[in-house]
Design a protein around this ligand. Structure first.
Ligand code: PNS
Length: 182
């Protein structure tokens, strides 16, 4: 069986990620979307939440499964009986680091990395940018699946509530700042 891993943080999944996953799905018998568990970096969403969102938005692809991994990607690949990683390349700025990782993964375990050029529609998208735009009330609905828009809205409202910001659950009136996504 020809199998590929699409690894990442996916905090949260964007339309750019989804584009790469769906194109990889056309090329391989099975695609494993592997969500990194990064103990040293707290995300906006827990790994379980990221997995839930990914499962929901890839539900129509029967050959895609979503899992998490800790440690080296090459060890996850080996345990999954897979020797190909598929990654999207958005711009030249992605290339240096991606090349280093790809060469290291090849050197460590013979795991090949295939780069897919990102659809120009999504070349400016990143999870960090999405979170920043959403945090300040910008509309991200064209760039992430609907389920992610809803989760972002909820999470940011919860956080505003905890901070006592206007409109938040605790309804404070002094702090300015984060609005929900539209
Ligand atoms: O979405 P991201 O954060 O750009 O994904 C990066 C990821 C998860 C692909 C990369 O950090 C990774 O593979 N981490 C696992 C640890 C590892 O294998 N490190 C050595 C890479 S050569």
């Amino acid at each position: 069986m020809r199998r590929a891993v699409c690894p990442g943080s996916f905090d949260p999944v964007t339309n750019g990620h989804l584009d790469i996953i769906s194109r990889a799905n056309r090329l391989y018998d099975e695609v494993i979307v592997a969500v990194l568990v990064n103990q040293s970096k707290a995300g906006l969403f827990t790994v379980d939440e990221r997995i839930e969102m990914l499962r929901e938005v890839t539900a129509s692809y029967p050959n895609v499964r979503v899992e998490s991994f800790q440690g080296l990607l090459v060890d996850f690949c080996k345990a999954s009986d897979c020797s190909v990683v598929v990654k999207g390349l958005r711009a030249v700025s992605d290339f240096d680091y991606e090349l280093q990782m790809a060469q290291m993964n090849l050197e460590l375990a013979g795991v090949e990395t295939l780069f897919m050029t990102t659809n120009p529609l999504y070349s400016f998208l990143s999870s960090s940018l999405i979170k920043d735009v959403a945090k300040w009330g910008g509309d991200v609905s064209a760039h992430v699946p609907e389920v992610v828009v809803a989760r972002l809205r909820q999470r940011l409202a919860d956080e505003a509530g905890e901070a006592g910001e206007p409109g938040g659950a605790r309804g404070g009136s002094e702090a300015g700042g984060a609005g929900g996504v539209t």
